[in-house]
Design a protein around this ligand. Structure first.
Ligand SMILES: [Zn+2]
Length: 430
């Protein structure tokens, strides 16, 4: 039973006491420090001695660090080891030519706090219809809202804080196999990821949701410029971050987390619906990174339409592209849906009835009118029909292979970016 791997995740809202929350937050900072330090150590070892440090060697360093530093020792040993295993996995993903991941990078201070626990270190118990408790090392039982069934054996847990609330995510072995055939064979849908509406389907459905209400967007912009002013002033004085500045930052984090949560909710909902209803889902092969890259151009060759492109970029990122593809691939594993990526060229300019392709066909952002046969339709739906009818050139998308790795190295050892390792240069916390 201990060999079974987690094949799905379950996330619940966690309700630690103030004391527990403080300790978890401090562990979260320690985990980030540990990850970054271990990353530097590996980069240093490779650069200086051409040695690839493994998990075992790094766990030994961690044991040493725990003897010297109280705050490192406070983090449960298993969590520290889990952090090092995650880093090792990040390296192996990078070296795996089949995997889209790029080289491991430092975790920033603004990243969400998270503390991992292996399955052996925790226990989950249901205490009532609505509540469960998870026993964590050193801090004991923490309540969580039992909002959905676990549906399998808990293999690991990650406790995290996203700026709004605490969550516990369990890696669960549910043992669900991908069905041989979809429950509704032969059902094909084309999906266009529009700018005005988030998703348009070839059958005419259009799904959208406002992730940032206009008022909140303005407020967020105001907060951000305030935080910027505070930071400039702080640097000038050379002072520490004030409590007021900290409050503004927390407010920004909370607002952004809410937007993220809404977007994830929409994306999961859409992916679930599409996968249960369709045996084949066709989407455009869009290179999000290439599309959202800078429009500014260079001094010698300034970009055209900079402001418009920036607005479009915002809209694209706002709708949560990459996340949608990952959600589709994940959900497809349990429904047996086939996800097919087709080339995106001209889908928005081609008439879905007669095939006439002309950029003038797109009368406005919303309206498509064919210059040859006069066919009229919603522009995004017309594009979705073209996607549905496009030839299947691409191989089906499975698992998490979504990120664009064209600019990344394929299979070479890590390069070094920093000269020293914090472990050797005397440990400082940040
Ligand atoms: Zn036409």
């Amino acid at each position: 039973m201990w060999n079974v791997r987690a094949d799905t995740g379950r996330r619940y809202r966690l309700y630690p006491t103030d004391e527990q929350a403080q300790r978890l937050a401090s562990w979260g900072h320690t985990c980030r420090w540990l990850y970054n330090t271990a990353l530097e150590q590996r980069q240093f070892a490779w650069q200086q001695r051409r040695i690839i440090l493994g998990v075992t060697a790094q766990c030994a360093s961690l044991t040493e660090a725990r003897k010297d530093l109280d705050w490192v020792a406070d983090l449960p040993a298993q969590s520290g080891q889990q952090v090092l295993r995650h880093l090792d996995q990040a390296y192996r993903n990078w070296w795996d030519p089949q995997h889209p991941a790029g080289p491991p990078t430092r975790k920033r201070k603004s990243a969400r706090l998270s503390v991992p626990f292996p399955g052996q270190a925790i226990a989950v118990r249901r205490v009532s219809r609505r509540w469960g408790v998870v026993s964590l090392p050193k801090i004991g039982e923490v309540k969580f809202r039992w909002s959905r069934p676990l549906g399998g054996v808990v293999r690991n847990a990650v406790v995290s804080f996203d700026g709004v609330a605490w969550h516990v995510g369990f890696g669960v072995h549910a043992g669900v196999a991908t069905p041989e055939a979809h429950a509704r064979p032969g059902t094909v849908v084309g999906v266009d990821r529009g700018v005005k509406v988030a998703l348009a389907m070839s059958d005419g459905r259009m799904w959208n949701r406002a992730f940032t209400p206009p008022g909140r967007e303005r407020r967020l912009a105001g907060l951000k410029s305030k935080a910027g002013r505070q930071e400039t002033a702080r640097r000038k004085r050379g002072a520490k971050t004030s409590n007021r500045a900290r409050k503004v930052r927390a407010e920004i984090a909370r607002t952004e987390a809410k937007v993220r949560n809404r977007r994830r909710d929409f994306v999961m909902w859409a992916a679930n619906r599409l996968c249960t209803q369709h045996a084949t889902i066709k989407i455009e092969r869009l290179r999000v990174k290439a599309m959202t890259g800078t429009a500014k151009g260079t001094i010698a060759e300034p970009g055209v339409n900079v402001a418009a492109k920036a607005g479009l970029n915002r809209a694209i990122l706002d709708k949560g592209w990459g996340m949608f593809q990952v959600a589709l691939a994940n959900r497809a594993r349990t429904t047996g849906t086939r996800i097919v990526k087709v080339p995106a060229a001209f889908t928005s300019q081609r008439c879905s009835r007669c095939g006439h392709t002309d950029r003038n066909n797109r009368e406005s952002q919303a309206l498509f009118r064919c210059g040859s046969c006069g066919h009229q339709a919603n522009a995004d739906v017309n594009a979705a029909i073209n996607v549905r009818d496009a030839a299947e050139a691409a191989s089906p998308l499975t698992g998490r292979a979504v990120r664009d790795r064209s600019r990344k190295a394929s299979c070479r050892p890590p390069t070094q970016r920093r000269q020293r390792t914090a472990l050797e240069a005397g440990m400082s916390r940040h």
